[in-house]
Design a protein around this ligand. Sequence first.
Ligand code: 2HG
Ligand code: ZN
Length: 471
Amino acid sequence: MAIRASILDELRRIVGPAGYLDQPSDIEPYTIDHRRLYRGATPLVLRPQSTEEVSRILRLCNEERIGVVPIGGNTSYCGGATPSADGNQIVVSLARMRRIRSIDPDNFTLIAEAGCVLQEVQEAAAAVDRLFPLSLGSEGSCQLGGNLSTNAGGTAVLRYGMMRDLVLGLEVVLPDGRIWDGLSQLRKDNTGYDLRNLFIGAEGTLGIITAASCKLFSRPRELITAFAAVADPSAAVTLLSRLRAATGDAVSTFELIPRFGLDLVIRHVPGTSDPFDEAHSWYVLTEVSSARTDSELREIIERELFAAIENGTVRDAVIAQNEAQREAFWRLRESIPEGQRLEGASIKHDISVPTSALPRFIEEASAMLNSLVPDARILPYGHLGDGNLHFNLSVPVGGDAAQFMARAGQIHSAMYDLVARYGGSFSAEHGIGQLKRTELARYKHPVALEVMRAIKQTLDPNGIMNPGKVL
Ligand code: 2HG
Ligand code: ZN
């Protein structure tokens, strides 16, 4: 049922004249997801300024049974922040709640509001000589609230964990408007159920996270970034183990890139180039860091890479000599999604298996995909260090995009069945949103699903929070 005009007026009054958008051209960006898989509709985008305003919005929407879709930087890969097409849901953007409320360098914590752009949180930490380690391609536009709600991963999970691991407490507005002030700055507080972890990764289906207390770390003083050509994924895993041991677990990034990934970037992204004279089949981008200035990390990495070249696991390697070269290496990695987008239609899988099983998995999955779509171009790349690959496919050269995409369902099923046989996950870091609900129902343990539904029913009995997502 369409939302009554009087309710829309009341919602506008809660946030005041600067707190809403209701003109079609202003609203449009909030109704299309990052991958352009979904197009929704809404009469109103609310942009509250305070937790109190969020609370009043949810209380009213709960009374009136109006669906509420929270949105951060709109970079979801699963349509998690796009409203339904019927126009009966309102969108709540946290973009105006953008304060760093406090920083405590000696407690290694900061409290930030959900609308802070990730990069602003990183910069606030750096300003007091600390590190907030969450790091992802979209960090210049994604928001902390979205990172929390989707339990974001990225390129430093290997060392620092996912968003979930970086949080000590939350402030959450429940669907009925109650505010839970759980902004603990304690590392030890053993007092009952872990509520914060209910809301992290819930994709806005249990309430709206308005602020978080985050863990900080010592800021790296030495940072070594290397781009290496490796013989194959198995050589990459061996190299990772060697580097972890030799550096005392100082490896923060270890990304796998196949030749096709590098080709896509060099072809489509201006200002990028191959770091080597010769083409190789596989590459890794790795970063090792220490807060010490006498860690001798560079010597260790040089020694390890040299030994690996000697024994044939590494074919060639370059260590960044300056910040510009480091950025160039990172650009090659971070531009892969863009390069693949510009190449044409693609089918994506965000999967994980144990790191040690990845080489065998890559072989088996590639053979399976080749037999399903003989000339599809396979792109398994990403976070090898934590077992998470983006096992994507690009439309065959000269192939028909619509025909290719029509096979997505069949390809997904084959891939996820294989992942399940490896004890892996069909969604390692991108969440469920509206894209992977069928998979959740199929692959999640039935008892886990029952408990999830019971939690949803308890916290949001009227089903107003991000309807049609996750469950
Ligand atoms: C990345 O790691 C993102 O770059 C995007 O998670 C993954 O292209 C993708 O599917
Ligand atoms: Zn990723």
